[in-house]
Write a protein that binds this ligand. Sequence first.
Ligand code: BDR
Ligand code: CA
Length: 309
Amino acid sequence: MNQPIPMIIDTDPGIDDAMAILYALSDPAVDLVGLTTVFGNVPVTTATRNTLALLELAGVDIPVAAGAARPMVQEPHPHPDFVHGVEGFGEAHLPPPARKTDPRPAHEFIIDMVRARPGEITLVPVGPLTNIAMALKAAPDIAEKVARVVVMGGAVRCKGNVNEYAEANIWQDPHAAQAVLSADWPLTLVGLDITERIVCTAADLAPMMQRSPICGAFLTKAAEFYFAFHKETEGIDGCHLHDPTAVIAALDMAPFGVETAPLTVTLEGEAIGRTREGERGAPVGICLSADADAVLARFRDRLASGRLP
Ligand code: BDR
Ligand code: CA
């Protein structure tokens, strides 16, 4: 097997964030070197607590660095408790974590890790892009030192999910998104163009219960709330596989169809947060098609492989 990919997931857990983190811990192709947290689905204090609690549930001890509490420029939007629940994991509640965070703020942790291992670290931001933009602003040299940046966010040739135009992670901090998506670094965008075409159902989580009953029971319970939201708003049985798909794209691009173009984020008006293809600027790999069955099978099978308790 190839060497596992050293990865930092920047996250706002969040039910599909929990799916992405547990997936990453299940896949031997990932070397999860740290997690950084950001406001978004929940306040950053809750995102940090949830991240620590999830790692304790999984019996894994890796650094967690707490990050931004609000967007760079605009006023914060309300947290979407109707999507992920007030505490972020629907009706699944984990005990308060005993472990503490890394002393560094998220963006400093990211800078230190990328500089310490030039050319090695893949960043996978699956929340608002505030920490990543702050890291880039404070240390522009990381642009040439990351291996890849694989962003879950955006809606390029499809409609948004917070409104007609914008996807939630970009809409929560469009100014940060503009800085991150226009930077000259090896970036892949995993947006609603593909994540809404990959539907995870209760049957996809069920096999995990056999060999990982503790994490399986948690994820099954948390997912009920997310499934109910999707049922009500989209009429589907299951949920879109947003954040885990970005982790999978960070490991293997074979299931994805990509076009390359510069991107611009709309920064004002009713379409604020929209991700548009442009003609000028650094090119970005935009995922526009996916082998949904292959992505879902990898997600389901790794989670069920028994690596987690
Ligand atoms: C993104 O927004 C959040 O609700 C999810 O966790 C995901 O990162 C999907 O638009
Ligand atoms: Ca997320």
